[in-house]
Design a protein around this ligand. Structure first.
Ligand code: GDP
Ligand code: MN
Length: 352
């Protein structure tokens, strides 16, 4: 009977904490913003340096470059920087594209493969814009996302802007997970700042990113850590509804991809947990850190205690849980818990 109550308690905490947190954030997500993006006339838009790190992106790079031009940001205000470590034909593709777009200011930097953060920092040295935007080659921006991001950054309280993500080709589980996830990102941003940021589009003030020494090179989540770092300094690091990226979800190696992503996010939490944080940001950051680092373990431990209790009630509860797996948001949740636990264990021997 002791085991039964312990098991029940753990499962209850596991479910209740994120659920209550989600409901609270949802109410904020539905409220208006307390900070605004600033309307800027076309003539006064700041110069942006757009950095694309590339490792073997010959299939993506042309579509990526075209997509940036389709944003209709004034061309004389854009500097493109490709920081390439490819062994495929990425460079040839870039040169071919450039020969068709003579008016574009594009710098191509080639270097050995030393990780994405390192590639971003090398590009940062060559960047002249007052705003730095980094973007993965395998992502596309929904129209006007660039100009919207810049308008948010025109607010002096905002230090960094990232995007809402729309998955392409991930199936219903990925979609369900992303819906909950995007609501959290927006709600948290409306309170102060969120905790997860996306390499698909990360726009940051140039003097700010330089003042913190560029992007981290020792962890996978250069994007999330940089956002948390900015928020910890008291500036807002936000994901607004009108900055949107599309991301191709890999069809083979999907689980491995999810685990890698989770590993990177956990690395970001571990590295940022000790940073001093503004008081509005603390409840967001520490609840999310708890939900990612500790809460997942309560599920299997609770379930084992329930099974060990031998009680009929416990078996019934577990049966209900199994049946609920047909409901995709619940399935997405449970899947994510196991991915997080596996990612944490895997981080012990490899950071990749
Ligand atoms: P994921 O989206 O987190 O799975 O990471 P990706 O593999 O899509 O990488 C994000 C971006 O960084 C892509 O544009 C890659 O081509 C690029 N990239 C990844 N690793 C390196 C690297 O070591 N060097 C350079 N230059 N680019 C990299
Ligand atoms: Mn990617």
């Amino acid at each position: 009977i002791q085991l039964l109550y312990m098991g029940l308690l753990l499962v209850l905490i596991h479910v209740a904490v994120p659920l209550i947190y989600y409901i609270i954030i949802l109410t904020y997500a539905r409220r208006p913003w307390l900070i605004n993006s600033i309307n800027v006339n076309d003539g006064e838009l700041p110069a942006v340096s757009i950095i694309i790190p590339t490792y073997n992106e010959e299939n993506m790079i042309l579509g990526k470059l075209d997509n940036i031009l389709e944003q209709n940001y004034p061309l004389d205000k854009i500097q493109l920087i490709i920081s390439d470590s490819s062994s495929d034909n990425t460079q040839v593709k870039v040169e071919e594209w450039l020969s068709r777009h003579r008016g574009v200011n594009l710098s191509y930097i080639k270097g050995p493969r030393m990780g994405k953060g390192h590639a971003l920092n090398k590009a940062l040295e060559a960047a002249s814009g007052s705003i730095i935007v980094t973007t993965d080659a395998d992502s596309l921006w929904v129209k006007d996302s660039l100009i919207n991001a810049v308008k948010w950054l025109s607010n002096e309280q905002v230090g960094l802007v990232s995007c809402v993500k729309v998955p392409r080709g991930g199936g219903s589980t990925e979609d369900a997970y992303r819906r909950l996830y995007n609501t959290l990102r927006i709600g948290e941003s409306k309170i102060h700042s969120t905790v997860v940021f996306h390499g698909e589009l990360l726009a940051v003030k140039g003097d700010l990113i330089r003042s913190i020494g560029g992007f981290p090179t020792d962890i996978g989540a250069d994007d999330s850590y940089t956002g948390v770092r900015v928020a910890s300094m008291g500036l807002r690091a936000v994901i607004p509804e009108n900055v949107v990226c599309m991301e191709y979800v890999p069809s083979n190696g999907y689980s491995r991809w999810r685990v890698r992503r989770a590993q990177h996010l956990l690395q970001s939490f571990m590295k940022s947990i000790k940073l001093p944080k503004p008081s509005n940001y603390k409840p967001i950051y520490y609840t999310e850190a708890y939900i990612h680092l500790m809460n997942p373990w309560l599920l299997p431990i609770g379930a084992i205690l329930l099974l060990a209790s031998g009680s009929l009630w416990a078996y019934a509860l577990i049966a209900v849980g199994l049946v609920l797996l047909v409901w995709s948001p619940f399935r997405a949740w449970v899947t994510q818990q196991f991915i997080l636990m596996y990612a944490m264990v895997r981080n012990l021997w490899t950071k990749e």
